[in-house]
Design a protein around this ligand. Structure first.
Ligand code: ADP
Ligand code: ZN
Length: 210
């Protein structure tokens, strides 16, 4: 099964991608996590991505497409994968098609902008494995410590209010057209993001049929 998760920054798509990954035993592929890792390690891709990410802009298509191409070619992707945060532009979706990758389903996690802004301040991410948390909705067991590794659950530099607004704008301009793209292919399912993560999880599993 090859799945795509679509949704605004902070919609909870990464969290749902992690749940579905665990349930279906296919890897979650988050371009955001991979880019943050690249920045941390100071690789070429990381160096060229950093300024865009800090501003809340999209990293150029060719950088991200290159990263995805390498990643989906790895052994653990042979039975499928879950793309979280890719594609984010019509050009990226087209690149997937050009790679001959046939997507089974695109799942949109729909959350209104005002709720996104409310939630963002509480969002945390593990600085080591990338697992996602929220201080109210998905707290870590031990304050500030990741549940699944010995990393720290920290706030992302781009989760400050000004950057969140510009990321939301970018989402509506560049990524929302993908809803139409996959809708026209008959491959789109929309899940309304709920207050409780467990409720969204149930609806997401229903939409995928897993
Ligand atoms: P969120 O979904 O909360 O915006 P991500 O972790 O998915 O966060 O992405 C963080 C940043 O990484 C984005 O703001 C963007 O700069 C960059 N990025 C991630 N995925 C892509 C992509 N597919 N294309 C371009 N830039 C990307
Ligand atoms: Zn971790």
């Amino acid at each position: 099964m090859k799945l795509i998760f679509l949704g605004a920054p902070g919609s909870g798509k990464g969290t749902q991608a992690e749940y579905v990954s665990a349930k279906m035993n296919i890897p979650p592929i988050s371009t955001g996590n991979m880019l943050r890792e690249a920045v941390k390690n100071g690789t070429d891709a990381g160096l060229s991505a950093k300024a865009y990410m800090d501003r809340g802009d999209l990293v150029p298509d060719e950088v991200v497409i290159g990263i995805i191409k390498d990643r989906v070619a790895q052994e653990d992707c042979k039975d499928g994968f879950i793309l979280d945060g890719f594609p984010r532009t019509v050009e990226q979706a087209q690149a997937l098609e050009d790679m001959g990758i046939k997507i089974d389903l695109a799942v949109e996690i729909a959350v209104p902008d005002d709720r996104i802004c409310e939630r963002m301040g509480g969002r945390r991410v593990c600085d080591k494995c990338g697992a996602s948390y929220h201080v109210d909705y998905k707290p870590t067991k031990v304050d500030g410590k990741c549940d699944s590794c010995d990393g720290n659950a920290v706030q992302r530099a781009d989760d400050v209010p000004e950057t969140v607004l510009s990321r939301l704008k970018t989402y509506h301009e560049k990524t929302a057209p993908l809803l139409d793209f996959y809708g026209k292919l008959g491959k789109l399912k929309t899940v309304e993001g709920q207050i409780e993560i467990e409720d969204t999880k149930r609806l997401t599993f229903e939409a995928i049929g897993c």
